[in-house]
Ligand binder design. Sequence first.
Ligand code: NAD
Length: 476
Amino acid sequence: MSNYPDLQLYIGGAWRRTAETLPVINPADESVIGAVPVASTGDLDAALEAAERGFAVWRKTSPARRAEVLRKAAALLRERINEVATDITREHGKPFQQARLEVIRGAEFFEWDAGEAQRTYGRVIPSEPGIRYIVHHQPIGTVAAFSPWNFPMSQPARKIAGALAAGCSIIIKAAEETPAGCLHIARAFHDAGLPAGVLNLVFGIPTQISEYLIPQEQVRLIAFTGSTAVGRTLTGLASRYVKPTLMELGGHAPVIVCDDADPVKAGIASAIRKVRNSGQVCTSPTRFFVHESVYKPFTEAFIERARAVKVGNGLEEGVEMGPVANHRRVEAMEMLVADAVSKGAKLLLGGERPRNSGYFYPPTVLADLPGDARVMREEPFGPLAVINPVSSLEEAIEKANGVPFGLAAYAFTNSAANVDQITDDLEAGNVSINTLEASVAETPFGGVKESGFGREGGAEGILHYTVIKNVSHRMA
Ligand code: NAD
């Protein structure tokens, strides 16, 4: 098995060490597995200069060539899948097979946006004779991006793919807890022949880096994925400098199970999806509103499947759920469960941390929750599901919409009328019916309300990395 990588910054096409580092911890056993470099302002200045030079080259590079480099990097990541996935499991904890799927997903983001690089069509606006109005999409410039730890490789991949496909340069601060996922991306682009300075990777103290980079003149777009609280801070800072932002923030996904759905099938599918990535997914199905006529079989099927989940070190064969990524998540789960139980919720499964080392927390199910339980409003971001009965679809939709978030929402039904009502009335950027998949490379992904704004992926994603320029040309 390969060693966990020697982590460095990647600036101007070269690897760079720093005086200061922070430990990287394996959440499965709390051992220190690496040292992540901490960028100084000197390093950030170098990244800004490199990104400016990189942008000058890349914006003049043909879309076909840009696509070729993106596809080559994706191919290298696919070739290196086992090495990349092993490092993701070591630093994040997720089962190896899920880490492999993440690498494939990241590669798909690059491949999809490679195609989009050649499809950022402009428009010719019909005009009076003698003048032409032509709308162009041009790359916005240098992007400052911040990606979180829940998907160490595919989260940064989304932002790098959009930026590079559009012809932008990017400085990405990937998560310090899980740095190898993005390091492998930088290696792949380096090997794929990306010109120096187009992609720059930094790590460090998140607040210091965002506060330093966002005001800089070269930075033209801020792209962030993470919590609503941090998104609010970064949006505030960006607005002071009148800079656009792309914000993928928290969710608290509702799942509506209608009276006509197969409750056992829905329960099993929901339990499997809930434990994916230990529930640390912004689209993770969490608040279940189940029609009272199917509530019992749904809940029983969910619990039976969740109880069977094998929890352990993600590198062990057959493990379906690893630890949560850090101790903050364990504390959050414990606090939310204690709060709900103290207010009268029923704890049907889990809720107790096993007494071994590592940040393990079991699949946990709460039922019959009062409206004032904190977990009904706060995203648990862990393997915790809350199940409540409802007596109508209207009630389910009202409750589903009753939080400040609107990222993913799900429903199980076979009725076309229900599908129409759900499509019209659920407040979410992504609604999935009879499937718990919320986002693939070819569809636009993003939220409404405090889940953020802007879309990643689909035909829409790349457009955030462009500016619209209208050219009015009067013929001499
Ligand atoms: P957090 O808000 O402290 O951090 C989230 C991410 O933002 C981390 O990667 C962190 O490095 C980065 N960050 C924090 N402050 C920053 C700053 N000032 N400038 C730039 N980047 C900054 O929360 P956490 O404890 O790491 O995670 C818990 C919460 O974060 C979850 O409850 C969830 O809502 C949210 N989260 C969401 C996603 C997502 O995919 N939308 C991913 C990870 C975390």
